[in-house]
Design a protein around this ligand. Structure first.
Ligand SMILES: Cc1ncc(COP(=O)(O)O)c(C=O)c1O
Length: 412
């Protein structure tokens, strides 16, 4: 029997998020009292930093050789791109449906995001639109696992391998999802995750990069800690600075604080229990809506053997933005849980405006040129026709999921 405290706090309302893990207070207090609040200090012999512990726990959780925590998911993407050391102003392909950071990280790393359309059934990057977007300037592909399903990352890696193009997975919305038994984030050279408050693994603000080989460890550490990396195993304890000035590549400060790391060490302990509840409820909802005309949920590929639901898009076929705006407000008023519309696809997004930064002018010119006639009809349709539930709406009882299904049907 699962403790309800893992999915709701006592008396917690439906849709409450974040839900504190049982050990959150204990670990946060330990971090506070340790007086080691950052990784860039003198190490104590009697305790391990939460940041080190979280790196290990997360690498184990996804089955990656190494994990390097960062201050945000956006900086995880920046250092993954920087680690590839591509020629300046390389093109990096990103899908039309994602949070703006997938594309803005490309600008921050000195490259040009090129936006491709998505699979109409899932909203994820698909190998065909990807192939169309590839040019001789393509240096990398960022595949995002959007909302609640994984992109066909195995097929996308094949496209990349055929052309010698590196793959970065933006798994900010898919911690613990599995494709043919392998976790999101472990297919590409790098997998990047956001650990921001709304995510299924929430540390307030935070991020983490995993790599497909431990050979990337020093480079990634240097890129996120002002060119410094951890002293070799065994030499990192005692009254010495934990970080040494190894300077293989110049970095910036994107380090995770000990408070976020302590919280994450607690929150990861309840992640799988919460996945189980959300996933069971998704399949119940799918069953309750099956055969109902005009409403559909994203189709889950049989190759995806485990879901990790960040946002649940519900599609009302043929509807438009204004209609869905009203529909989202009505559903939210009936249920008391947050309902909203997906973000606008990247081209035309109110948040993606590189021309507002003079320093980006050369990259902006290339970006504008590349997207002069860009059309992303599948992404546009999904954004227009869907309303979205945050994953906390699925941390619910069977009765609440029944109410959810009834309300969706009434609001067709
Ligand atoms: C797909 C995706 N990529 C990147 C990010 C950026 O993460 P952060 O907000 O932690 O910088 C997010 C956060 O919402 C995201 O959903």
């Amino acid at each position: 029997m699962l403790s309800p405290a893992y999915t709701r706090s006592p008396d917690g309302a439906w849709g409450e998020w974040p839900v504190l893990s049982p050990r959150a207070h204990e670990y946060l207090n330990q971090a506070l009292e340790s007086q080691q609040w950052a990784i860039s200090g003198v190490l104590r012999e009697d305790r391990e930093l939460f940041e080190r512990r979280f790196a290990r726990l997360f690498a184990d959780y996804v089955g990656a050789p190494i994990a390097v925590p960062t201050d945000h998911g956006s900086s995880a993407l920046v250092i993954a791109l920087e680690a590839l050391n591509l020629p300046a102003a390389s093109e990096v392909i990103v899908p039309a449906l994602t949070w703006v950071a997938t594309a803005s990280a490309v600008f921050r790393a000195g490259h040009v995001p090129v936006v491709c359309d998505v699979d109409p059934a899932t909203g994820n990057m698909d190998p065909w639109s990807l192939e169309e977007a590839i040019s001789e300037r393509t240096g990398a592909i960022i595949v995002v696992h959007w909302g609640m399903t994984m992109a066909d990352v195995a097929a996308i890696c094949e496209v990349g391998a055929k052309r010698g193009i590196s793959i970065i997975e933006d798994a900010s919305q898919s911690h613990g999802a599995e494709w043919q038994g392998r976790c999101a984030g472990t297919f590409g050279t790098f997998g990047c995750f956001s650990l921001q408050q709304a995510k299924v693994l929430a540390g307030g603000e935070g991020g983490v990069v995993v790599a497909n080989s431990s050979q990337w460890r020093v480079t990634l550490e240097e890129l996120r800690a002002d060119s410094r990396s951890w002293r070799p195993e065994g030499a990192e304890r005692g009254p010495v600075l934990g970080l040494q000035e190894s300077v293989g590549i110049m970095g910036s400060n994107y380090c995770m604080s000990e408070f976020s790391a302590a919280l994450l060490c607690a929150q990861i302990e309840t992640l799988d229990v919460q996945h189980q509840v959300r996933n069971k409820n998704f399949y119940l909802l799918q069953h309750l809506l099956s055969g109902i005309d005009g409403i559909s949920l994203p189709s889950v590929s049989p190759k995806q053997n485990k879901l990790s639901i960040y946002e649940l898009p519900v599609n009302f076929s043929g509807s438009c933005l204004t209609e869905n705006n009203r529909r989202a407000a009505n559903i939210q008023a009936s249920l008391g849980v947050k309902v909203y519309q997906p973000r606008h696809p990247l081209i035309g997004s109110s948040l993606l405006k590189p021309w507002t930064k003079t320093g980006l002018a050369p990259l902006t010119a290339l970006f504008n040129e590349r997207h002069e006639d860009a059309k992303h009809p599948h992404a546009e349709r999904i954004a227009n026709e869907s309303v979205v539930f945050h994953h906390s709406a699925l941390l619910a009882s069977e009765e609440e999921i029944n109410r959810l299904a009834t309300t969706l049907i009434e609001n067709r």
